[in-house]
Design a protein around this ligand. Sequence first.
Ligand code: KG4
Ligand code: ZN
Length: 343
Amino acid sequence: MIFLGIDTSCDDTSAGIVADGKQTLANVIHSQVKLHHPHGGVVPELASREHVRNIVPVVDEALRHADLHMADLDGIAVTVGPGLVGALLVGLYYAKGLTYVLKKPLVAVNHLEAHILSVFLETEYPSFPFVALTVSGGHTSLYHVEDFGRYTLLGQTLDDAAGEAFDKVAKICGMGYPGGAIIEKASEEGRRDAVAFPRAYLSKTSLDFSFSGLKTAVSLFLKKWREDALLRDEIGLNDIIASFQESVVDVLVDKAVIAAKRMGVASLVLAGGVACNNHLKNRLVATARSEDISVYYPRPVYCTDNGAMIALTGYHRFMRNDTAPMSVDVRAKYPIQDLMANH
Ligand code: KG4
Ligand code: ZN
């Protein structure tokens, strides 16, 4: 069973082709980073226009990579939310057009579910149940995952997402966009304990996150640092950045392991764009191992937004008879709890 998966939820136009919810036959991603770079963040109108330009060539390229024709597809999966409305509409209406012409089933995919399931694109994946930490530019959440389609939200960010914090801190440090990879690289040259930035654990039992206070703390420290030559002799910009990254990683790792222990699961899954961060992966693996918990994460190209994870998720929804009518619409907000309400 071959599924095409389309994602235009934010600033990447992506199309993936996956066989039987396992084998990736193609995964084509057209990044818009260069377009949005001068603006220091994603400009929704520009993103939509760029998706319109790229959706047809990206899907064609995916078919070419897979050595398939449209007629070989058994179903079309597309992200309907959460995301930027104008951007999502491009993918959805293109998918509807394909569905209509090819007379193949349409499956509406929740982007958050796709990030959780992206680990199944790998040959090594956990058995159910497990706890998933999804960390991206728009979301930071912990889920208890009992099966395909069965998720319970354990905690989430109350303000900024972890990736958003990376992007904003890179911006105020004048280091460019998107910030995650830039910060990871700069941190390798810095001292992680140079500045004692706050760690927002909220309450002792809380599995929620908060990163806006940390962002403000970095901003205030930078102001002081820029005005104080003595401080600049003592602490470099890379030290500030490494200390910021350590604060984020400390909280993510601690809460993920607490969640896994609380739910009594043997496996943790790390997914979403921030899961590309090697320091985060290494710290999570080491801390989890001391509690006999195994950590699984997809390779970087499956961590950031991609069509293959949409195709895989679409396949599993289709296997549960969850196809979408032609009237299906996009959803700017689409919490995973809404998926459970349908079951
Ligand atoms: O999952 P994703 O591609 O898009 C969303 O659904 O948001 O995640 C993008 C986010 C950005 O905020 C980016 O800065 C962050 O992932 N990111 C990283 C790294 N690579 C990407 N954050 C930390 N370290 C990285 N190496
Ligand atoms: Zn994403």
